[in-house]
Design a protein. Structure first.
Length: 394
């Protein structure tokens, strides 16, 4: 991908287009959790089977990452994003007509593929178009992803209540995809539809640092996908209404949005991101402990801590990966690898938590397991000394 700086006004419109596209990358998953009890009342679903609605699109996102860069090189940036938004929109619209668990899961997988094609492309595009503000623009992009999750988690139950149909609550987000598609199309003159034909395809499978970054991203994203899938059902089991549980998940994702905006801006002051990463992991650990030990007391504090921690960790994991390489094409390839392996790891967490819930009758052991994972990640952070980056990936 060519390193092409955009001038001020086109850059603002391009960033707005990226934000609108990013808003579409989570509603297909985030709307499911708050509506799960209504869906299970209509379609037979165990918790393990229901976990596939989050797990399979995340796994599809991981697998599609490995060919997403190749597709964007073949089609160009503009067409790749348009195709992806079309896939997401059609998969979301199809949920108006689903009558079985299999059809619901297929729609989730298709949306996951569309999401992956965009996520494989965007880090390299941002590094190429905004080389002087990578951390800030990545923060805006990832924050918008979480903003889409917040919208879906908060408003899907309200739509269901107003229309009397959970299918409408899932399918209404097609409108968001259509709006983003039209806006992206309107910006085609600011976004050259070509990628350097001479770009060298590089494999990171033999690089141990790339694997460390991928595992770190995957474990961090595991906490995000698990909370996205099971926080609302966890509180419904505690006696909360679907609407209130959905609003709680919406509040958590709103905290993610705030953290996703603020943390990368703070971290942008120094190339050494370790202190920020450790602080974020500490917030997540505190949030999970509160969720387990005192879910009904200070019930807004624990989602607040989780949201602030997860919301900052997600963009920072990608920013640390981008830090390792200066060339946008190579950095894009590295982040595609990191996300590909990472999403395959993260996709397992909702399934494992659903199986734990089916076997033990509670999500609390899943929260304890994720707390232990965050402690392991604290040790991994010590390896991210920017002075040694060039030794690991040349």
């Amino acid at each position: 991908m060519e390193n092409v700086r955009t001038t001020a006004r086109p850059a603002l419109w391009l960033m707005l287009a990226i934000i609108l596209v990013a808003l579409n990358l989570r509603p297909s998953m985030a709307a499911v959790g708050p509506l799960l009890s209504a869906i299970r009342g209509d379609i037979p679903l165990s918790y393990s089977l229901a976990s596939l609605l989050t797990m399979l699109p995340v796994m599809a996102m991981g697998m599609a990452m490995f060919f997403g860069i190749s597709i964007s090189q073949r089609l160009g940036e503009q067409r790749t994003v348009l195709l992806s938004l079309l896939i997401i929109g059609l998969a979301t619209l199809a949920r108006l007509f689903v009558d079985s668990a299999a059809e619901l899961i297929i729609s989730a997988v298709l949306a996951g593929i569309g999401i992956a094609l965009i996520q494989a492309l965007m880090p390299a595009l941002i590094k190429a178009r905004f080389p002087d503000n990578v951390a800030l623009c990545m923060g805006l992009y990832v924050t918008s992803i979480m903003g889409g999750a917040a919208l879906a988690a908060s408003f899907a139950p309200l739509v269901m209540v107003q229309t009397g149909s959970w299918r409408v609550g899932l399918a209404i987000w097609t409108a968001l995809a259509l709006f983003a598609l039209l806006f992206w199309w309107s910006q085609r003159s600011h976004l050259p539809n070509a990628v350097s034909a001479a770009a060298k395809k590089e494999s990171f499978f033999a690089n141990s640092r790339a694997w460390l970054l991928a595992v770190f991203f995957g474990l961090g994203t595991a906490s995000y996908t698990c909370v996205l899938a099971w926080l609302a059902p966890y509180y419904v089991e505690k006696g909360w209404s679907e609407q209130n549980a959905g609003l709680l998940l919406g509040f958590l994702t709103a905290m993610e949005v705030i953290s996703g905006l603020v943390v990368p801006a703070i971290a942008n002051r120094s190339r050494d991101r370790r202190v920020v990463l450790m602080a974020l992991l500490g917030l997540i650990i505190a949030g999970f402990c509160g969720l387990i030990l005192s879910p009904d007391h200070l019930s807004l504090l624990w989602p607040c801590l989780l949201g602030l921690g997860i919301g900052g960790l997600f963009p920072m994991s990608l920013i640390v990966s981008l830090d390792h390489l200066d060339n946008p094409q190579r950095a894009g390839g590295l982040t595609a690898f990191v996300q590909g392996i990472g999403y395959l790891i993260a996709g397992l967490s909702p399934l494992l938590a659903g199986m734990v819930r089916d076997q033990l009758g509670s999500f609390e052991w899943a929260w304890w397991s994720l707390t232990a994972v965050m402690v392991v990640m604290l040790l991994m952070v010590l390896r991210f000394d920017p002075r040694h980056y060039t030794q690991h990936i040349r």
